[in-house]
Design a protein around this ligand. Structure first.
Ligand code: ASP
Length: 285
């Protein structure tokens, strides 16, 4: 059965932001659902919508790095093929460029200069870095910069992700992020790295969010897909989050299998999630 599952980050989402997180995830699921004759397009449309929603740490509204700039990572994957962009600063919708790279035969990952050159060549919208910086994040950056701050202890993760299963049973995953607040310039987390942030085979797909360095070490998305070979998506995601927690990692994962069954788990206080399928839809935080 076709369906699309969305996440809007796993972290200590402040109560006053619950509504905007749920609304954004729900809208993205509804939008993606309309494209479910093609899982890849559905996941890209949903994530691109969230990049344009200031609520989330992706596209406009992203966290600022140590220098007060926005650097964005994104990935699109299906059937183990993928396209990624790393640390881009001028691409309005990084997930769309990752999608274009997905279709390339001779490269899969582009770093900022190459990605932005490629985006220009292909006619994608480029913007000044200031486009991404909103007052909420400028204020957060000012406050956090005043005292010693370890971005890896931020416990603030608002990456966006989508896993989709289309009418023909194809599975695709898309993810986009601004990373963590005050991250080191050039730092890349799990999000655009296949197996860590996202993974998809012909049988299943998974999208992660949370503490990037532990997700990279644990390979959360790949391990969740592997686990779905032996148990259902809900159990598989819960098992993997529990295993990652044993090594001190924290975050969340959403996943879907070929039958369109979905699962999610997190060990952070909240994770914003929305699902829309043919016969069922829900939101949860
Ligand atoms: N995992 C992302 C990173 O470490 C952050 C997030 O999920 O919000 O860059």
């Amino acid at each position: 059965m076709e369906g699309i599952l969305i996440h809007g980050g796993a972290w200590n989402i402040p109560p006053e932001s619950h509504d905007s997180h749920l609304k954004g995830c729900k809208k993205a699921a509804a939008l993606g659902f309309d494209y479910l004759d093609d899982a890849l397009q559905a996941a890209v449309e949903a994530v691109s919508y969230m990049e344009d929603d200031e609520t989330f740490d992706a596209g406009i509204g992203s966290f600022l790095n140590e220098k007060g700039e926005v650097e964005l990572d994104a990935i699109v994957t299906s059937n183990t093929n993928f396209g990624s962009v790393l640390s881009v600063q001028h691409i309005k919708n990084p997930v769309r460029v990752a999608h274009a790279i997905y279709h390339e035969d001779t490269f899969s990952i582009l770093t900022p200069k190459g990605a932005e050159h490629y985006a220009k060549e292909k006619g994608f919208e480029l913007v000044d870095n200031s486009y991404f910086k909103i007052q909420r994040e400028i204020d957060r950056w000012r406050t956090l910069s005043q005292k010693p701050f370890n971005p890896l202890d931020a416990f603030t993760f608002s990456t966006v992700g989508a896993v989709a299963r289309d009418l023909e049973g194809h599975i695709a995953v898309a993810l986009s992020t601004g990373g963590v607040p005050l991250k080191k310039k050039g730092r890349v987390g799990d999000t655009p790295i296949p197996g860590a942030g996202a993974y998809a085979t012909q049988e299943s797909g998974a999208a992660s969010t949370g503490h990037g360095e532990s997700i990279l070490r644990f390979l959360l998305a790949k391990r969740t897909c592997d686990e779905m070979k032996i148990q259902g998506p809900m159990q598989a995601s819960q098992y993997c989050i529990a295993e990652m927690a044993k090594m001190g990692g924290y975050g969340g994962v959403i996943c879907i299998n070929k039958r369109g069954q979905c699962g999610y788990a997190y060990n952070t206080p909240y994770m914003a999630i929305a699902y829309k399928g043919k016969n069922r839809e829900f939101v949860t935080i």
